[in-house]
Design a protein around this ligand. Structure first.
Ligand SMILES: Nc1ncnc2c1ncn2[C@@H]1O[C@H](COP(=O)(O)OP(=O)(O)O)[C@@H](O)[C@H]1O
Ligand SMILES: [Mg+2]
Length: 232
C-alpha cells in the first residue's frame, strides 16, 4: 500500500519558485497497475521521483507498506529503494560493456536472489539474446533487458516513467503487454507514467494530473489488452 497525504513539491532555483506538485493525496493498493496520465510539465515525473524515494517532498507525507519514506534520511532512503523498488525509464540505461545476462545479473546481486537470471530472461522473452551487447539489440529488446534487471530484485513496486516513449507502436505494445503479464505473474505493483491516453485503458486505476494537481482518479472495471489499444 502506498499512501500520499497532502504532498507538495516546490523547486527553488534562484528567485524562481516552481510549484511542481500541490497538495496531492493518493492511495495505491498492492498489486495494482496504476497509470499516471497528464500533459508534459504536469508533475508526473516529480510525483514518481517522490514515491520512488529519489527526492523528498517539500511538505506532506508518503508511506509505503507502513514505512514513512518522507521522514527517511538519505542513507535510509537508499537502502529502502534498493530493497523494495524497481525503475525503468524511457532511456534503457544499460551498461554498454556488459552483455544482456550481465546487465540483468546486476539486479540479481542487488536483490533477494530468489529468481535466477536465466529464468528472468525467459520471462521477458530475451533468453536467446543473453550473450549479446546492448548495441546489438533493438530498442524494444533493450527495454526488455531493463525490465528484467529491475524485476529480478522482486521489488514491491515497479516505477515506469514513459517506458514506451522511445518505441514505435508495435514495440511499445509488446512492452506494455509484457508489463501486464509481469504484473499478474509476480503481483508487482506497477506505477506507469505516460502522456498517451490510450495506455490508461490498461490500468486498474488511472490518476489524471494537470498543473501539479491530481484532477481525477478513476478505476477501470475491465482492463484492455495492450495489443488492442489505439496508439495515439
Ligand atoms: N529539478 C527541477 N528544478 C526546477 N523545476 C523542475 C525540476 N524538475 C521539474 N521541474 C518543473 O516542475 C514541473 C513538473 O515537471 P515534471 O514533473 O517533470 O512534469 P512531467 O513529468 O509531467 O512532464 C515543470 O514545470 C518542470 O519544469
Ligand atoms: Mg516526465
Amino acid at each position: 500500500m502506498i499512501e500520499l497525504k497532502n504532498v507538495t513539491k516546490t523547486y527553488i532555483n534562484g528567485e524562481i519558485e516552481t510549484h511542481a506538485l500541490s497538495n496531492v493525496s493518493l492511495s495505491i493498493n498492492d498489486g495494482e497497475f496504476i497509470v499516471i496520465l497528464g500533459p508534459s510539465g504536469s508533475g508526473k515525473s516529480t510525483l514518481l521521483n517522490l514515491i520512488g524515494g529519489l527526492d523528498q517532498p517539500t511538505s506532506g507525507s508518503i508511506e509505503i507498506s507502513s514505512q514513512k519514506i518522507s521522514n527517511m534520511n538519505h542513507k535510509e532512503l537508499t537502502s529502502f529503494r534498493r530493497e523494495n523498488l524497481g525503475f525503468i525509464f524511457q532511456q534503457y540505461n544499460l551498461l554498454s560493456t556488459l552483455t544482456v545476462s550481465e546487465n540483468v545479473a546486476l539486479g540479481y546481486y542487488l536483490g533477494h536472489k530468489k529468481i535466477e537470471v536465466e529464468d528472468m530472461l525467459e520471462s521477458v522473452g530475451i533468453k536467446s539474446h543473453s550473450d549479446k551487447y546492448p548495441h546489438q539489440l533493438s530498442g524494444g529488446e533493450q527495454q526488455r533487458v531493463s525490465i528484467a534487471r529491475a524485476l529480478i530484485k522482486e521489488p514491491l513496486i515497479l516505477f515506469c516513467d514513459e517506458p514506451t516513449g522511445a518505441l514505435d507502436e508495435t514495440n511499445g505494445k509488446h512492452i506494455l503487454a509484457l508489463l501486464q503479464k509481469l504484473n499478474k505473474e509476480f503481483q508487482t505493483t506497477i506505477v506507469l507514467i505516460t502522456h498517451n491516453p490510450a495506455i490508461s485503458l490498461l490500468a486498474d486505476k488511472v490518476v489524471k494530473m494537470n498543473s501539479g494537481k491530481v484532477i481525477d482518479v478513476s478505476e477501470n472495471k475491465e482492463k484492455a489488452d495492450a495489443k488492442s489499444i489505439n496508439w495515439s
